[in-house]
Design a protein around this ligand. Structure first.
Ligand code: OAD
Length: 251
């Protein structure tokens, strides 16, 4: 038996094997092992010159070049990154469950690159672009440093299609995410600090709906005391172990 498999509770293995519906919420922690810094790390290290309040529509209006260049840099970072074993394990697990919903707060596209289908992107994607009026999708293969380009249709500045502070989440994604959380048999919360709303309410919705709720995270979060099970460790190790434990032919 692989050493990581010993930490997978039997209750979870049995629940996954019999589940009709599994819903998964991921956060920045699942991409940490791909070399994409989490928001927490960002505040302490690599991205500390960039303040969270700069992810705000007013900041883009005040200094579009600063905000644009930060997103160009992040896009370059995620394009150079590869999906890790955690992303890959979720894509495999999806094929064993009749109704599988993967909801992510990440904007890096790594789940899709690992092969996950139908990913719900709650906070948008930094690989897509829209005009500032959020009316026109703009196709941009290789965004460059400098001032953001202008939308060829309305002339407003182009911005990444991500959710900034104070902006509403995409309505269809929200509705689908809450429905999937409320009506699942197993809910996995992976690599998220669980403090940013409304995503942080999804595990509670699953608990209220009677799902077996599980947190996978090396550290404790506000959710840790509320879930049924916690798996402490990196997602890149625990998710492949979980997949192998539930479906031994999954490799
Ligand atoms: P955070 O940076 O707040 O939290 C990352 C979590 O991942 C922490 O709880 C870490 O302990 C955990 N973690 C670190 N390494 C891990 C690993 N290898 N495996 C599993 N977990 C690991 O990121 P999010 O919770 O995603 O919103 O942040 C939520 C939202 O806050 C983001 O989407 C962003 C931010 O403001 C917007 O931009 C709208």
């Amino acid at each position: 038996m692989h050493p990581d498999m010993r930490v997978i509770p039997n209750e979870l293995i049995a629940a996954l094997r019999t589940a009709r519906r599994v819903t998964v919420l991921t956060g920045a922690g699942i991409s940490a092992e791909s070399g994409v810094p989490t928001f927490r790390e960002a505040q302490a290290g690599l991205w500390s010159h960039y303040h969270p309040e700069d992810r705000h529509p007013d900041a883009f209006q005040r200094n579009p070049q600063l905000v644009w260049e930060w997103y160009v840099w992040r896009r370059q970072l995620v394009s150079a990154a590869q999906p890790n074993a955690g992303h890959a394990a979720l894509a495999v697990m999806q094929t064993y469950v009749p109704q599988w919903t993967l909801i992510t707060q990440n904007v890096d596209g790594l789940h899709q690159r690992a092969g996950s289908q139908g990913v719900i992107e709650l906070h948008g994607s930094l690989l897509r672009y829209v005009c500032s009026a959020r009316q026109h999708i703009v196709s941009l293969e290789a965004p460059a440093m400098g001032m953001p380009p202008v939308c060829p249709r309305c002339g407003s500045l182009v911005r990444p299609d991500v959710v900034w502070f104070g902006e509403p989440l995409p309505v269809a994604a929200m509705v689908e995410a809450f429905e999937a959380a409320a009506h699942c048999d197993v809910f996995l919360s992976i690599g998220t600090s669980g403090v940013v709303q409304p995503a942080a309410s999804l595990p509670l919705e699953a608990l209220a709906g009677g799902a077996l709720t599980v947190e996978i995270n090396p550290d404790e979060t506000p959710l840790s005391r509320r879930v049924d099970l916690t798996l402490r460790g990196p997602a890149g190790q625990l998710l492949p172990a979980l997949g192998r434990a539930a479906w031994p032919d999954a490799d």
